[in-house]
Every structure is written in structure tokens, then in C-alpha cells.
Ligand binder design. Structure first.
Ligand SMILES: Nc1ncnc2c1ncn2[C@@H]1O[C@H](COP(=O)(O)OP(=O)(O)OP(=O)(O)O)[C@@H](O)[C@H]1O
Length: 274
């Protein structure tokens, strides 16, 4: 683990810590547009779960519902529940900021804070919590997070340089280090490799497998080979006649790719549509 249990940053809620997510009857809208339609799935602790499907089928919206990011979208609305270790993250007593600390997110385009140094990019989330005051302790967490994101060796001699000075792949690993620094239990990755070249992509995929030892990971990807290479579980979504956001099939990745139950999954996997 990156940080010792004593230093673990906790919300005021008394969640058990296992990192399983139970998605029940989840629907999400942008104004009147239904983007996720009554999804039910159980995201397993310690697994890498891939969400796949054609463009516009609701993958990003679904993943953004898993840590209450969707409600920040323009006219974003959610019904149903997402239970983290048995407690609904949409319960009115739950602080969304605390949830986003426990369920971190990395976006499609690397988003380092451009005016901040590499060090400060990683330290930013920890500073916000105000739980870290001693610089030595902070430096230790920054180093551990960068090591865990497989970036330390490449940046250890230039921690005071801007995060924007790094390559795209390094910036994405910096964003992963920033997410890890506040010690989440679950990491959501929304097409983290779509802006990266194949070598940087493979590095992120290797990193995901390492991180899966300690974290539950959910990844949205357009790349079927990537889903097949990295994930344990796969969820196939599509747009049906009425609306986007239908979860067609959710199963072990090997099953989805070799013996899907639903003809629509098979058609998509074999490239017959989408
Ligand atoms: N900010 C928004 N305002 C209104 N509608 C939106 C917004 N973002 C997405 N949508 C709509 O919601 C639906 C689902 O979009 P979403 O981005 O979740 O799909 P996706 O599967 O992630 O697509 P892609 O693979 O192209 O990124 C689409 O119909 C899309 O047009």
C-alpha cells in the first residue's frame, strides 16, 4: 500500500473498506436526454472491470456516476443507487467530495495542473485535505505515489519542473499518481490511453495490472484489445432503439470475448456493428 493504515484519509462515514460497488437501477440524464438506462451491476473488489461499447452508448456517463461526478455536468441527474460497501453514495448524508476521494478518477486527456510543479501536482489533493502539514511527510507520500504510478525514476531529478513539461504518457501517470496520493480504494479511468502512443499505452496497461493488487479499477475503453488484455470483468453497453446507456451483458472478460450470451455482444466483439 502507498500509505500506512494510520494515515489513511477517511471520510466521516463509517464505511467498511473493501471497495466493492453495487450499481442498482442506475439511470442518468443530461436534462431530458437519458444517457444511462437502468443499469445493474456489481463491480468486484480488486478486479479490473472494463466498460466497452460504441461511441455515445453512455460509458463515460456511467463511470462518472460511480463517484458522483455526473451531478456536476450541466443538467446532470441520477436515479437509482451505487452502494460502496453497502452504503448508497447518493444518500443525502454522504459528502460527494469524500466519495471522490475514496473513488478517484483519471480522465481521457492528461490533466496536470499546468502552473504547478510535478511535486505540487501530486501534493495538491493531499494539501486540500489539510491532514498533511509536515513537508517531510508530504514529500514521502509524493515519492510513494510517483513510485506507485511508475513515474518516480523519470521525474525524481526534476520535481520542481512544471507538470506540463512531461510527455503525454508521463502526464497521464502523473495524474494517476495524483489520484493515488489521497489513497483511494477505487480508481476510475475514462479512456486513459486514448491520447497516448502504443508504448505509453502499454506502460499504463502494465501499471493498471500492478495497481489492481491494491485497488479496484474500472476502465472505460474504446479499444477491445485493451479490454481483453487488462480486464477481469467486462460490461458491454449499447444504444438500443429507444435510448443510449443500455447494459447488454456483464461477465468475465474471457467469456465476453469468447462465448458471449447475447448476440448483440457477439456482433460488436466480432466487428459486425459499432
Ligand atoms: N454534457 C452533455 N450534455 C448533453 N448530452 C450529453 C453530454 N455528454 C454526453 N451526452 C450524451 O449522452 C449520451 C452518452 O454519452 P457518453 O459520453 O456517456 O457516451 P460514451 O459511450 O462515453 O461515448 P464516447 O465513447 O464517444 O466517449 C450521448 O447521447 C451523448 O450525446
Amino acid at each position: 500500500m502507498v500509505i500506512s493504515e494510520e494515515n489513511r484519509i477517511r471520510s466521516s462515514d463509517t464505511f467498511e473498506q473493501t471497495g466493492a460497488l453495487e450499481v442498482e437501477n442506475l439511470s442518468a440524464w443530461y436534462g431530458k436526454t437519458l444517457a444511462v438506462n437502468n443499469v445493474n451491476m456489481r463491480i468486484k473488489t480488486g478486479a479490473i472491470t472494463a466498460i466497452i461499447g460504441p461511441s455515445g452508448c453512455g460509458k463515460s456517463t456511467l463511470i462518472r456516476c460511480l463517484n458522483r461526478m455526473h451531478e456536476n455536468s450541466n443538467n446532470g441527474r441520477v436515479t437509482g443507487s451505487v452502494k460502496l460497501d453497502g452504503k448508497d453514495i447518493y444518500d443525502s448524508s454522504v459528502d460527494p467530495v469524500a466519495i471522490r476521494r475514496r473513488i478517484g478518477m483519471v480522465f481521457q486527456k492528461p490533466t496536470p495542473f499546468p502552473t504547478m510543479s510535478i511535486f505540487d501536482n501530486v501534493a495538491s489533493g493531499i494539501r486540500l485535505t489539510r491532514l498533511w502539514s509536515r513537508r517531510g511527510q508530504l514529500a514521502e507520500v509524493v515519492e510513494k505515489s510517483l513510485r506507485h504510478a511508475a513515474l518516480w525514476d523519470e521525474v525524481k531529478d526534476k520535481l520542481d519542473q512544471s507538470g506540463a513539461s512531461l510527455s503525454g504518457g508521463q502526464q497521464q501517470r502523473l495524474c494517476i499518481a495524483r489520484a493515488l496520493a489521497v489513497e483511494p480504494e477505487i480508481i476510475l479511468l475514462d479512456e486513459p490511453c486514448s491520447a497516448l502512443d502504443p508504448i505509453a499505452t502499454l506502460k499504463i496497461e502494465d501499471l493498471m495490472k500492478i495497481l489492481a493488487v491494491d485497488y479496484t479499477i474500472v476502465i472505460v475503453t474504446h479499444n477491445m484489445q485493451q479490454a481483453a488484455r487488462v480486464s477481469d470483468m467486462a460490461a458491454f453497453m449499447m444504444i438500443d432503439d429507444k435510448c443510449a446507456g443500455t447494459l447488454v451483458e456483464y461477465d468475465e472478460t474471457s467469456k465476453i470475448f469468447t462465448n458471449p450470451r447475447d448476440k448483440r455482444t457477439e456482433d460488436y466483439i466480432t466487428g459486425r456493428f459499432g
